[in-house]
Write a new protein. Structure first.
Ligand code: FE2
Ligand code: FE2
Length: 135
């Protein structure tokens, strides 16, 4: 399997989100390439990152009363639960769920970034531009 990589197609033009998205892809790539001995550690790092990444976006959406928060936050919740379940299984000696998710997450993440994240980034860029021009 080719390890997932950040590509310019995922660029949103709002650096705080772009930085988190690059980190997600890098950690996913590490998990995909991890040996069985390293997978739990790599998966734990991905879960920790996703918790902060999704929580940050959820916080922005709440503070901005953002229109698509329900769907967007729901995707975060579902994926985070799956990631955590994968960690629980891996820690119990079953690496298969994490391996399977590692193979599928890149496609989900691209879709998520290019639709829900893109809408949020556009909004955040507007808000930021408005607040800098107001100064
Ligand atoms: Fe994101
Ligand atoms: Fe998101």
């Amino acid at each position: 399997m080719q390890a997932s990589n950040w590509t310019p197609a995922l660029w949103l033009g709002f650096e705080p989100m772009d930085a988190m998205n690059r980190d997600f892809m890098e950690l996913l790539g590490c998990a995909q390439e991890a040996t069985d001995d390293d997978l739990i550690e790599a998966w734990r790092a991905l879960v920790a990152h996703a918790t902060g990444h999704f929580g940050t976006e959820d916080g922005w959406m709440r503070s901005e009363t953002f229109a698509t928060i329900d769907q967007h936050a729901m995707e975060h919740r579902v994926v985070l639960n799956l990631l955590r379940e994968g960690l629980v299984h891996a820690q119990a000696g079953d690496l298969a769920p994490a391996r399977q998710m590692a193979g599928e997450l890149g496609a989900w993440f691209s879709r998520h970034t290019q639709s829900l994240d893109a809408a949020l980034a556009l909004h955040m860029r507007r808000v930021n531009t408005a607040s800098t021009t107001a100064d």
